[in-house]
Ligand binder design. Structure first.
Ligand code: CUA
Length: 196
């Protein structure tokens, strides 16, 4: 019956029935459209990944979240902005309900900056707008993001992973200052944004 109904000389199809070849043609167009959209989106991912260094943090590094403050890299005395021998800067921050520790850091403009973050409790998020810095901060893991700030300014950004009742009040502050000024900052000024 299906065969006779599609034959050109066959009886016309009842109202509301779409001929099989029309269905096949429409499906083919949709498949082409979807494949094109997928290709465009894949291209956007690849281009922004290469051109803007926008990509998920790729290192997997584990750490014991229960002893962060007591020993190792994230001990309290080791947090904040540290200057490396090659002139680059490493910033170590702990995210916890509901603050970043330290709350505010200063970094020099036009210098490679490596952020290393970890969480003491639940999943938090760290994002600096208009940069490639955007990472989840997961307890038990160290999130590492590298960037270089091209303009001076203040970056304030709330934690962007819902982490509890105080989530909306959890802000990170990064202050990007001229190189000469950064060189003259004391450890406390670099690390706490304390003005002295
Ligand atoms: Cu921490 Cu939301």
């Amino acid at each position: 019956m299906a065969e006779s109904s599609t034959h050109p000389l066959g009886p016309p199809l009842p109202d509301g029935i779409v001929p099989a070849e029309v269905v096949a043609r429409t499906e083919k167009r949709w498949i082409i459209l979807m494949a094109a959209m997928l290709l465009i989106m894949m291209a956007i991912v690849v281009v922004t990944g290469i051109a803007g260094a926008l990509h998920p943090p790729s290192n997997v590094e584990v750490i014991d979240p229960t002893t962060l403050h007591l020993q190792g890299e994230f001990a309290e005395s080791n947090l904040g902005t540290a200057v490396e021998p090659d002139g680059s800067v490493t910033v170590r921050i702990i995210a916890e309900q509901y603050d970043f520790v330290p709350h505010c850091v200063q970094v020099p403009v036009g210098t490679p900056v490596k952020f290393r973050l970890t969480s003491a409790d639940v999943v938090h998020g760290f994002l600096l707008p208009e940069t490639n810095v955007n990472t989840m901060v997961v307890p038990g893991f160290v999130a590492e993001v590298r960037t270089s700030f091209t303009t001076r300014g203040e970056y304030a950004m709330p934690c962007h992973e819902f982490c509890g009742l105080g989530h909306h009040a959890m802000w990170a502050h990064v202050s990007v200052v001229p190189k000469e000024r950064f060189a003259n900052l004391t450890y406390l000024e670099r690390t706490r944004c304390a003005s002295q």
